[in-house]
Design a protein around this ligand. Structure first.
Ligand code: SAM
Length: 245
């Protein structure tokens, strides 16, 4: 009972964006819904809370790849859709980390995680479709389990290429569509309307690997693997490099 109580308290308190946590603001103008109390807001709040709980089995399965891909980064790193901060423990000290997380209910969880790992973060409410970063100014862009959700995949990949320095790396771990004709692909397609609504726009049957390979990066070093997650498997992990100008 106490555990349930603590979870509820945390859900209502930590998951609320800063502006709705001051009770005066929350009740001053009750003609407008408080952020997070509309149906869509509530879904985003619940999603953030779920992400903050993590998935230990999944994280164990990808930990080695994350260490290899993220642990070697340096300079300015932009992470798109960092969520509740599942990747923060993998970054080496000394990087400049900028996060573009459009769901404000994730922010408090992420900041708490950053504090735990002693990482300075520059967390913004931006989205990957429009990174507020100068052209060719970033050493690496990181995306894990995000490209399934973005509204404009081709546009996001173009934006990533725009902000990377020549030779800069786009590092990704993403779930992708199962091969055409398989039962899993059919399940993914059937599941899509539900996951779009309840999992923040996630498309389980997106051909993300192909999109990365045709987005003008070279070389693209990509491996495919199975993740211990029903429906959102197979996965791809790799690095796509912005070619010299
Ligand atoms: C499944 S979560 C993954 C979070 C984190 N990257 C991880 O691996 O745990 C998807 C994340 O992508 C974010 N997201 C969705 N659409 C986005 C967009 N257009 N730009 C940036 N982030 C986005 C969501 O808010 C959410 O934090």
């Amino acid at each position: 009972m106490r555990v349930l109580n603590n979870w509820l308290k945390e859900f209502l308190d930590v998951a609320a964006p800063a502006e709705s946590r001051t009770s005066k603001m929350a009740f001053a103008d009750n003609s407008k819904p408080m952020p997070g109390t509309s149906r869509a807001g509530l879904r985003r709040r619940v999603f953030a809370w779920m992400m903050s709980k993590g998935n230990a089995k999944y994280e164990r399965a990808v930990a080695e790849r994350k260490r290899a891909l993220l642990g070697v980064l340096s300079g300015t790193v932009v992470e798109i859709g960092p969520g509740a901060g599942a990747n923060l423990s993998y970054f080496p000290p000394g990087i400049r980390w900028i996060g573009m997380e459009p769901n404000p209910f994730m922010h408090a969880y992420l900041r708490r995680e950053a504090e735990r790992h002693g990482l300075q973060v520059d967390l913004r409410t931006g989205s990957a479709e429009r990174l507020e970063v100068e052209d060719a100014s970033v050493d690496a862009v990181v995306s894990t389990l995000v490209l399934c959700s973005v509204a404009n995949l081709v546009g996001v990949l173009e934006e990533i290429r725009r902000v990377l320095k020549p030779g800069g790396r786009f590092v990704f771990i993403e779930h992708v569509a199962a091969p055409q004709g398989t039962w899993l692909r059919r399940v993914q397609r059937a599941f899509r309307p539900l996951s779009k609504t309840f999992a923040d726009g996630c498309h389980p049957d997106r051909e993300t690997g192909r999109a990365i390979e045709s987005a003008g990066f070279a070389p693209v070093d990509l491996e495919s693997f199975r993740a211990p997650a029903p429906i959102i498997s197979p996965h791809i992990a790799g690095v796509a490099v912005k070619p010299p100008a």
